[in-house]
Design a protein around this ligand. Structure first.
Ligand SMILES: *[C@@H]1O[C@H](CO)[C@@H](O)[C@H](O)[C@H]1NC(C)=O
Ligand SMILES: *[C@@H]1O[C@H](CO)[C@@H](O)[C@H](O)[C@H]1NC(C)=O
Ligand SMILES: *[C@@H]1O[C@H](CO)[C@@H](O)[C@H](O)[C@H]1NC(C)=O
Length: 170
């Protein structure tokens, strides 16, 4: 999470709390990842196989991070890119935090150590600058046996030998 994001969230949260208003909706498209230790703790508390190694492997398969550092995913269907436009006032964020607070710049924040200050990528397709998300990334890849139910709440998925045979929904 970049400083601009932190500041944005801090501002919104304080504003929402102070006014008693419902939490505002923010569509900020952040492409983010937690620290190694956070995923590894999932396994420690009783979820075998849920750890940084397995989660990051899966996340890299999903990712196509244009302009990302070495080690980023480049073949996945979900696009990530750092915004091509940095407003004048935001250009001061990184040098100010590095210089005044001594917090290091970290351009590899998605690789297990998110501590530092950086511009985070957004889930935006760097070719056409359109938001990239599950629907426009994965649906075109689905087979003809995909059935989409809108306005539907899934109550239970009945799995049988790794095949969805039926589901209960309302
Ligand atoms: C990754 O994204 C870039 C920018 O949109 C695109 O040119 C490239 O074809 C994409 N790669 C894959 C494997 O989809
Ligand atoms: C991080 O990336 C920015 C933008 O490409 C670059 O100006 C800066 O030198 C990089 N910082 C480090 C510590 O690699
Ligand atoms: C990204 O943009 C390119 C160019 O418009 C398009 O061909 C591609 O399908 C887009 N990818 C996704 C996953 O939306």
């Amino acid at each position: 999470m970049g400083l601009s994001t932190l500041l944005l969230w801090a501002g919104l949260s304080v504003g929402a709390l102070a006014s008693g208003a419902p939490r505002p909706k923010v569509y900020d498209y952040i492409w983010n990842r937690a620290a190694v230790v956070e995923y590894d703790q999932w396994e420690t508390v009783g979820n075998p196989g849920w750890n940084w190694k397995s989660m990051s492997t899966a996340m890299l398969k999903a990712e196509n991070y244009t302009g990302g550092p070495a080690g980023s995913g480049t073949k996945g269907p979900l696009h990530a890119s750092v915004s091509r436009y940095v407003p004048e006032h935001q250009k001061l964020f990184v040098p100010t935090v590095v210089g005044s607070l001594g917090i290091p710049e970290n351009n590899n924040s998605l690789q297990g150590n998110p501590i530092g200050v950086m511009f985070q990528p957004s889930s935006v397709n760097a070719t056409n600058y359109v938001r990239s998300y599950s629907a426009n990334a994965y649906l075109p890849k689905a087979g003809s046996n995909l059935e989409i139910l809108t306005n539907t709440l899934v109550a239970k998925v009945n799995l049988k030998k790794q095949t969805r045979t039926s589901s209960s929904h309302r």
